[in-house]
Design a protein around this ligand. Sequence first.
Ligand code: FMN
Length: 403
Amino acid sequence: MHCVYKVTNGIWWIGGNERKLSVFEGAIPMNDGMAYNSYFIDDEKTVVLDTVDKSVAGVFYENVDYMLDGRSLDYVIVNHVEPDHSASLEELIMRHPEAKVIGSKKIKAMVKQYVTWDVDKYFEEIKEGDELCTGSHTFTFYMAPMVHWPEVMVTFEKSTGSLFSADAFGIFGAHDGNIFADAYDFELEWLPSARKYYTTIVGKYGSFTEKLLGKVGGLDIQRICPLHGFIIRKDFEKYINAYITWARYESEENGVLILYASPYGNTKNAAEILACELAEDGVTRMKLMDVSHWDPMDVLPQAFRYNHIVIACTTYNNGIFVKMEEALGEMKSMGVCNKKVSIIENGSWNPVSGKLIKEFFEGLQNIEFVGDIVTIKSSVKEDSAQAVADLAKVIAASVQAQA
Ligand SMILES: Cc1cc2nc3c(=O)[nH]c(=O)nc-3n(C[C@H](O)[C@H](O)[C@H](O)COP(=O)(O)O)c2cc1C
């Protein structure tokens, strides 16, 4: 049975929600499901804006049929060819061979790689700034390369001020009934999920995201309709500011993220002593994460978030502990930079993890080391406890200097 939602005059949400998914794109753990948004334009001409993932295709086809109510489908606008948005394009066109597929040259080339039908026959190529009028709605197209994939474009509908933003402003999580962001708590529900989505999906392409925000900044935007998550129609500034902060690799919190790796608990002990000392020294914004427990994709958003990062890590077969290596690898892959870094190493016979971690961070951009590497031989003793407390003082002073 169809399940649609009115967005505004002549615009309907016709997507679907998946709630069984525990790993997105085979790499990102998630537990709150995923919304695959697709939109229908009910006008003299009928339009579907992007399609959905295979997992929710069944209800999507029912939604399209319900909205068409016997009419023919005139256009399918494709903003992003990634299969979580285009997997059902193949069958949609087979069901509606009367439709024209609208997209850029790059989109056309990529659609050809995914579908079996004769793309040249169905495709109408558009360029940046081109307009499509469907009666009372007028769509303008803007290229948004690398706001996740190279072919991405966004579409602006003038009469309602609706920006169909592709993956930009997407978040993880299925809809809990309401499709509008203002029905959810910004700090508790939108921000953590958006941060994880941005840093794990779009993270590396911050400059492209900022370019897109500049490009569409002059439009009279009344609502932002992303391909995942909720439609934003109020308080644009707080959502956009969060995006600009991430896109510029600016930290949200003047505080300390402590990441530790500790097979037998002694390095953890050092990390906790450090955290208590930091608290004593007046640091209020802090997060401790055991990298053996957290997936690197959950560590990454916190690495974006805090301006100070402490790595407390055992030496492991003459290297960095494997789970820490994975977390650091993800940070490198997503271009984490502009951080103040401190290091605690542990080793029972030849501690080298500190030196290797320092070398790793020297390979990232704009990293400042705070304090010297603290070395622990197996377990924390009086002298190493003092060294940890001294390190806490230096970090706390650095945090206070940023306040
Ligand atoms: C599998 C394994 C490999 C290790 N390899 C090294 C090593 O190459 N060099 C070293 O000095 N210590 C090595 N250690 C010791 C740890 O670095 C650390 O001193 C010890 O595990 C105590 O810290 P923890 O309680 O935080 O695990 C190794 C420990 C484990 C479990």
